[in-house]
Design a protein around this ligand. Sequence first.
Ligand SMILES: NC(=O)c1ccc[n+]([C@@H]2O[C@H](COP(=O)([O-])OP(=O)(O)OC[C@H]3O[C@@H](n4cnc5c(N)ncnc54)[C@H](OP(=O)(O)O)[C@@H]3O)[C@@H](O)[C@H]2O)c1
Length: 248
Amino acid sequence: MRILILGGTGEARELAAALVAAGADVISSLAGRVSRPRLPDGPVRVGGFGGAGGLAAFLRDEGITHVVDATHPFAATITANAAQAAAEAGVPRLVLRRPGWAADPSWAVVAGIGAAAEAVARWPGEGVFLTTGRRDLGAFAADGAHQFLVRTVDPPDGPVPPRMTLVLDRGPYTVDGESALMREHRTSLLVTKNSGGPMTAAKLTAARDLGVRVVMVARPALPAGSVSVLAVTDALRWLEGTPGRPSA
Ligand SMILES: NC(=O)c1ccc[n+]([C@@H]2O[C@H](COP(=O)([O-])OP(=O)(O)OC[C@H]3O[C@@H](n4cnc5c(N)ncnc54)[C@H](OP(=O)(O)O)[C@@H]3O)[C@@H](O)[C@H]2O)c1
């Protein structure tokens, strides 16, 4: 068995740690987006593959027998590429996706970042807390009516909202810390993606406690035919029970 984990998440690191501890042959792949990534145990490669074709070639060249796509729920391009590449190379593929946050009836759920920006444009309040990531800030760049509190891991390098206060941080966060931040910046609207998981969930509790309205961007759908699990233990079970492509 030779396993490729497409990573960049806590679950991917947990899975790599469990497999390395069990003596499995595993490679983790990171996109190379953040300047100081948390590295998984075991061998790691960094950077894009050059599309689905490049990933398929990597699977063949490296003798990969199983692919676990443990990327972030909103990393839709690599997930689509992994589906195509694994099919092309004849390698079984599993998607490991943590559960989304359970929907709260008070949230305004929108289908994408463009719809989130439209919802913000209609918001009569002023203070908006954006936690959607630095690459989505361009969607809010024409909005001069709101004061944006923006939190990202690395500084943005593209278009940003004209009135922006930037906080660089990567969590995990506490309810007290999130409440203090939202109070300090007079937040009346929180915009977030439904990433799920405990690391960044405190803002939702804080928003509820403070009466801050939430705009929640729904997850993109998985590629057709994807087999997916919610937990690392289920991924380990799938690896045990799934015959892989014969290693080169
Ligand atoms: N999107 C988020 O909100 C978010 C949040 C936290 C962490 N992350 C992590 O950050 C990474 C990038 O996310 P994204 O949303 O920018 O991805 P994306 O839009 O789905 O992918 C864009 C391109 O980045 C490369 N790429 C992405 N993930 C990769 C990986 N694990 N290994 C090698 N190449 C990868 C691929 O380049 P090529 O086409 O050249 O192969 C892919 O086509 C992912 O690993 C994801 O797990 C994303």
